[in-house]
Design a protein around this ligand. Structure first.
Ligand SMILES: Nc1ncnc2c1ncn2[C@@H]1O[C@H](COP(=O)(O)OS(=O)(=O)O)[C@@H](OP(=O)(O)O)[C@H]1O
Ligand SMILES: [Mg+2]
Ligand SMILES: [Mg+2]
Ligand SMILES: [Mg+2]
Length: 398
């Protein structure tokens, strides 16, 4: 197996990893013996105690710029901006543009660190002759966004730069080192409908999520479920940011100081409300309603697209998020990493249907039991019970 290079959060030095034996460059050979286990322990301890302030600032900047790009495209969304990927899911110039922009900014911000990005899109379709026009449009969008947001000191990107930046997102992630995790537009269907979507960016360190940023350009600044919605219903655009051990904050995408948010303190299921996917094909609405009935939840479910659900839950707009995809569907880490951090740091709990914590360390996919459930600490026991009973009932009725 060839050697690879890993940036160490502890020393900020560079380690060469030769299959199982990491060795600090210039370190005497005798000192490198069996460092693997202790190095992993040291890295984990370091990850828990270190500050990710610089990475968080860079992530917010990248997500903000991507949000600006997406807002521009959504405004002028034309049929020609929609392309079909080989899996037939809709993808727009904004998905590619957002990924190119975030990838480019993050790599530029940390020039001396190895760069690893696990992201949803790749440039395969864009490299075809028939998509040349789309590529030119993406390049213009990326360059305009940089220039219009005070970054005109950066030389404009070429088409090849854009393709390369997109393809930097091919990392497999994993349990060692640091990896950015990006969904350039989560809720593409919502984006195309003019509804909710999010730019979701997280950082993994030694397999754990250590920061998360969610830009939600269409999410109202006030609670989705507030009775006073008319007061400021035209004010939308939220930027959530969370760092391990430091809480979750939200601010306006138009610029306001960040304010700390906390999940709802509701302990009574009768007063709770449930978020679920807008698209019934993404999560079983029937199962959610069975769970709601068992818990005694009275309010109708709130259906919104994307990880905006995690953002809304983190500030107490609702108490429960249920996600039960069809059997065999494999969840991707970019669909949950940022949202997970935003909710966890706001005091919420995110598990699979069996109550296991989500494991972001095994590559591009999340391996989990049946579904994802999210709520506050007080409601989790009742929710877990209702979920297990409902799953059993559904299995026996099949
Ligand atoms: N069949 C199926 N089952 C479950 N999940 C699926 C499925 N197909 C897609 N996806 C993923 O869902 C992401 C959109 O998230 P949501 O379900 O929250 O959005 S929505 O409310 O339904 O619009 C969506 O993210 P984006 O592709 O980034 O939009 C997909 O990764
Ligand atoms: Mg997604
Ligand atoms: Mg996406
Ligand atoms: Mg997609």
């Amino acid at each position: 197996m060839g050697a690879s290079t890993v940036w160490s959060p502890l020393t900020r030095g560079v380690f060469t990893i030769n299959s199982t034996k990491p060795r600090l460059k210039s370190m005497p050979l005798y000192f490198s013996l069996s460092l693997t286990t202790s190095l992993q322990q040291v890295r984990r301890a370091a990850a828990a105690s270190m500050s990710y302030d610089k990475q968080l600032a860079a992530a917010k900047k990248a997500a903000f710029l991507a949000a600006r790009l997406c807002q521009k495209v959504q405004k002028s969304l034309l049929q020609s901006d929609v392309q079909s990927k080989s899996d037939k899911s809709p993808v727009t110039v904004a998905d590619y543009g957002s990924q190119a922009l975030v990838s480019f900014i993050l790599e530029k911000e940390f020039p001396s660190m190895p760069f690893s990005l696990v992201a949803e899109e790749d440039s395969e379709d864009l490299r075809k002759e028939e998509t040349r026009e789309t590529l030119v449009r993406i390049k213009e969008l990326v360059n305009d966004t940089l220039a219009c947001n005070g970054m005109n000191y950066i030389s404009p990107l070429s088409e090849e730069d854009v393709l390369d930046a997109i393809d930097r997102g091919k990392s497999e992630g994993g349990p060692h080192g640091q990896h950015w995790v990006l969904d350039p537009i989560d809720g593409t269907k919502g984006f195309m409908r003019g509804d909710q979507y999010a730019i979701a960016l997280a950082l993994l360190d030694e397999g754990k999520v250590v920061l998360g940023v969610l830009a939600c350009p269409n999410l109202p600044l006030t609670s989705l479920t507030s009775h006073d919605r008319h007061i400021s219903e035209d004010k939308v655009g939220c930027l959530y940011s969370a760092q391990v051990g430091a809480g979750t904050y939200v601010q306006s995408l138009d610029g306001s100081p960040p304010t700390k948010v906390h999940v709802s303190a509701t302990a009574n299921p009768e007063e709770a409300s449930i978020f679920e996917s807008f698209e019934g094909a993404h999560s079983s609405h029937d199962l959610s309603s069975l769970i709601a009935k068992k818990m005694g939840v009275k309010a109708p479910p709130v259906r919104i697209d994307s990880q905006a659900k995690y953002g809304a839950l983190s500030r107490g707009d609702g108490e429960i998020y249920l996600r039960f995809p069809r059997e065999g569907y494999r969840e991707k880490i970019w669909d949950h990493a940022a949202g997970y951090m935003v909710v966890a740091e706001a005091g919420g709990v995110v598990t699979d249907a069996a109550g296991n914590p989500l494991d972001f360390s095994s590559g591009r996919y999340l391996d989990l039991d049946t579904g994802i459930i999210v709520t506050n600490q007080k409601l989790m026991p009742a929710l877990s019970k209702a979920v297990l009973e409902s799953l059993k009932e559904r299995a026996s009725s099949l």
